[in-house]
Design a protein around this ligand. Structure first.
Ligand code: ATP
Length: 265
């Protein structure tokens, strides 16, 4: 088959995966640098409306950099990022947030001196008071632990509780696309399960589109419709979550012998 024929096939596959609609988020040939060092080298990723897509990879592969680049800081040096048909590559973070993208960054960056309630108010600031009560009830149902701690200072919560709060705060902005950076990092298996169940629920009941960066490849691939593998700033593999879970290379590199495997999951 000719190169042109292969390209048509690739585009057709993409269209089918995305329900014959253009993807909600399209990352095309994106490279991001820290000074003269490339952290991303020509990355292509699609996230269709209503999908959970995961990005897995080892420490330093560039996963967080891709998530932050989508959210505008740092910005891509080359390539384009399109969201809902609009080029967002050069937009500042606050403008990207206004378009309906929210990020829960790695390391549970909550405001430690503020109460849990005040953290949630900060998350809701895009919409003012309009949906606050309704959204508060919703995140409290999703994370009952957050509800129990509304008046506690966020910095005194446990790691798992802060992670739930970081996600809850992102949800308060009513995102259409939620970017989650390593929500399972450093958490006990039961807490991880609670967080992954919540992600699944958000997708199933609200149709929320989710882009999930994870080192916990087993849980992430089990949950996601599709996944990408990032190695040294390049996408080396992609496929359905199931196909990647069954792939011998993925198994050897990310699933066997580590905390990421099914043991005890
Ligand atoms: P991890 O799973 O350990 O969080 P990651 O896949 O998210 O890793 P990144 O944090 O995106 O990887 O880092 C990709 C590369 O970019 C690494 O080599 C890292 O050292 C480098 N890097 C990240 N942030 C900066 C920065 N602010 N300045 C310079 N280099 C950076």
């Amino acid at each position: 088959m000719s190169v042109a024929g292969i390209n048509v096939l690739v585009e057709e596959t993409r269209a089918i995966q995305a329900g014959a609609k253009p993807p909600l988020l399209a990352v095309r040939d994106v490279s991001t640098y820290y000074g003269s060092v490339a952290a991303l080298r020509g990355v292509d990723i699609d996230v269709a409306d209503g999908e959970i897509v995961t990005l897995i990879g080892a420490n330093g592969a560039g996963k967080s950099t891709l998530m932050m680049t989508i959210f505008g800081s740092p910005q891509a040096r080359t390539g384009t990022i399109t969201y809902d048909g609009r080029d967002i590559t050069r937009l500042p973070t606050h403008a990207i947030a206004r378009l309906g993208i929210a990020q829960s960054p790695e390391g549970r960056r909550v405001f430690p001196r503020m109460s849990v309630f005040e953290n949630l108010q900060m998350g809701a600031s895009l919409h003012g008071e309009r949906h606050f009560q309704e959204d508060l009830e919703k995140v409290c149902t999703l994370f009952p632990r957050v509800k129990e701690r509304l008046h506690q200072r966020a910095g005194t919560m446990s790691g798992g509780e802060q992670q739930m709060l970081a996600i809850a705060r992102a949800l308060m902005s009513r995102p259409r696309l939620l970017l989650l950076d390593e929500p399972s990092l450093g958490l006990a298996p039961l807490v991880v399960k609670g967080i992954f169940d919540a992600i699944k629920e958000l997708n199933r009941t609200d149709g929320m589109t989710i882009f999930l960066v994870e080192q916990n490849a087993y849980h992430a691939l089990k949950l996601a419709h599709r996944g990408y593998v990032l190695v040294n700033g390049r996408v080396t593999m992609s496929g359905t979550g199931r196909a990647l879970l069954d792939d011998p290379n993925v198994k050897a590199a990310y699933l066997e012998g580590g905390h990421t495997g099914p043991v005890g999951a």
